[in-house]
Structures are given as C-alpha cells and as structure tokens.
Design a protein around this ligand. Sequence first.
Ligand code: F6P
Length: 467
Amino acid sequence: AHASAPGPSGAPVLVASNRGPVSYSVRPDGTLDARRGGGGLVSGLSAVGPEGGALWVCAALGEGDREAVRRGVLEAGVRMLDIDAEVHADAYHGIANSVLWFVHHMLYQTPLEPSFDREFRRQWAAYEQYNRAFAEALAEGAAPGAAVLVQDYHLALVPGLLRELRDDLRIGHFSHTPWAPPDYFRMLPDDIAAQLLHGMLGADRLAFLTRRWADAFTACCDAVVGGTGATRIGVHGLGADAEFLRERAHREDVAGRTAALRAQIGGADRRTIVRVDRTELSKNIVRGLRAYELLLAERPEWRERVVHLAFAYPSRQDLAVYRAYTAEVARVADEVNSRFGTPGWTPVILHVEDDFARSLAAYRLADVALVNPVRDGMNLVAKEVPVVSDEGCALVLSREAGAYEELGEDALAVNPYDVVATADALHAALTMPGPERAERTARLAAAASALPPQRWFLDQLRELRGS
Ligand code: F6P
C-alpha cells in the first residue's frame, strides 16, 4: 500500500490530484473492482512509507468511484471527493482539459482560438467550486503544520484557497505540464489569468518539470501580476523508475507479448520504429505517421524492411476534438498501409487497447523510438525506452518535450512540425551503427533514471518543509 491511515489529529503529508491512485468499477454482480493506477505520483508517494500517515485526496471520477465512496470501502489513506457530476464535468472537461491544457500546451491555433464567453464563465465558476471542495477536504484532513503537495492544472486555485483556511500548512504545487510564455498565456481573460496565478502563488513553493517551464511561469507572473512575491519556484525533473521497469519488463506476460509482436512484424530482419502515447493532440501522432510515410516514399530501400509499431491509447473521449483526433490517427495509419503495404508486410501496426505489458515488450525490441510531441511537460516514454531496451534503441526526440533538456545530447532532436526533418531523423536512427546506438542508449538510460519517482517526491517534501 502506498499510504496508511492518517492519525486522529490529521495527516502530516497530503497529496491532492484530480485522478487518484485507485479507480473502481461496478461488476455485473454488483461487487466493486478496484484498479490501481501507475505513474510517477503513485510510486513517488510510496517513499513516504506506511508509517508516514499520508493522505491522498482525489476526485471520484465515475459511477464506480462514487459507489465506492457511498459504500465507504475506500482503502486507508485515500479520500475521494464525491463532487457533483456536472460540476466535475464543467471543471475537468470544460476548463482543465479544454482550456488550461490547451493554453499550457499552446494547442489553440487560428482559426480555432477560443471565445471566452458566458458559457466559459459558467464553467469557470464550477472550476472554482471544484477547487474549493479540494481545499476544504485538505484543510480538514491535515495535521498542524502538515505538508500538502497539490498536483497540476486541475487544482491551480487550491493553494490560495487552502492558505485562507489553514495558514499553518506548508503548501506546494507541482505542474506536470509545460507552461506557456506570457504572449500566449495572456490569451486567457485578464481577470482569470490573474486569479489563476494568484491561486498558485498561494503556495509556499511551486515546482515544474524543467527550468524552461518554471521560467515561463515566472515571466507570466511578471507580466500579469507583477512578480512571484514570496513564493519559491523549483525544478524537479521526474525520471524513470528503472528498478521497477526492468523487473516488470522481464516477467512472463511481457515475453508472451514480445512473441505476439514478432509474429505481427514478420520477417526476422525487419527493423521496428516504436511509439507509445495516449491519443493526445499534443503527442503529434499524425505528423509522426506522415514522417514515416515520407521515409517509405523517398527511401524505397526501407519498404518491407521496417515496421512502425504505433500504440495510441484513446483518452478524453468525452471531448469531440479528442474523438476526431483518434479517428484521424486510425485513418492516416490505414492510408499508409494501403499505399505501401504488401501481402507479407504491414507498414504500420496500430494498437489502441492500453496494455502496459505490450508497451514494455515494444520498448524492449524497438530499434528506434519516436517521441515527437509538439509540446510535453516531460514525456516518460522517452525515458522508459532506453532503460528497458534489450539491444539499444535510437531515440528520435522532439526538442519541445521536457525530456529533451536531460536527454538532448544522445537523442536525435527534431522540430516536431518539420515532417521532412523527422523522416530524415528516422532514417539516421535506423542506420545508426550498433555500437554507437548501444553507447547512446546506455547514456540515455543513466540520464533517464537519475531522478526516480521516490527521490523526486522526497526532494519536494524536503524543500517544502525547509521553507
Ligand atoms: O501531463 C500531466 C497529466 O496530469 C498526466 O499526469 C496525465 O497523464 C494527464 O495529464 C492527465 O490525464 P487524465 O486527464 O486522463 O487524468
């Protein structure tokens, strides 16, 4: 378990995030199925240990979660907030995913820039209400002087709201996303931009994945609210959990998936280009497919000799723009296959069901990994692949991913909009001599695992308590 029950006087360490460490679904027989999530925060918090008395405050995200709250079956150390479903939808889909995610990733483009109308204002009120519910739960659950680590753009107002309720707490906030420079950030209505920044600045300490995002935040504060005041700003670049990944990647289920993938790839000498993403607009999957198509078109020597394993796991399907993007990915993959495929060769193998064991199998056998987001807070795939790769894997990496700051030297860097340069980088990656590839992979793996989640978490806690 990642945490034990907080004592009667409250928890000394609290984490707050929209998505919690566990999610529930109701089985046909009426019983509840609990599924534990993975990710940096879950393993990070495990460092506090059972004796740490940590409390994780999260939102109930579906009917299963709500039912678990009603039945009172939540495990110790987790508090799920049963926020009104419409309020949550407005806050999560309407504001967090459709506005704040788009601003931080600079995804709005002419002529699809937003109009901040009355509907937006109505949703913003829900976002405030949702943030207030978190602040109240944290205020209620925290021991005197406790450290509270608030996560992400969903909960940007929580630090300020919590400060008003409990002045004794050490409040930290961590952004897992990029941060946009002022010229873009100021697309938000002036009062909303100021409220958002003031909300975050209610923290003792704010932290970001890279210096670049931290500097952009500071620049926004300078431009919008006249500076960051007394709030400290830090950088903690979350790394891969190498020990866990290597052990996990050598279990039997992964070997089974490897065999299945090899059968799909066909031809023992075929090279593989692997990508693994949520089907997310910022991940730039379509341009990745176009770059691969260009490689096959302009360098026919690769036909029949390479396969692109593209794992694109649908996410946020409640939003029309994500549904459309998911369909576009499938359409373009089909197009490449009809254009170049032969009876014995499928150029793109697209998988859409999320399967961690299969992702690990692909990481192990990849010759090339393609990580080309238009903008990404960090991107852990870029860090996980070199850690579990069997024989070395060349990494084609967008310079707009946070991971580029740490891995840039040994990756093949690309401008994610430049499809021609991406096709060239894929060719360079496929032709990289084996020894060079192995050396680069070893250096990438070392850099990628320098800050494992537990250390990432404990560093933040130490810095926060020192404030
Ligand atoms: O990148 C920031 C982040 O919070 C990730 O941790 C997570 O993958 C995603 O955004 C949120 O996804 P979801 O909306 O599915 O919770």
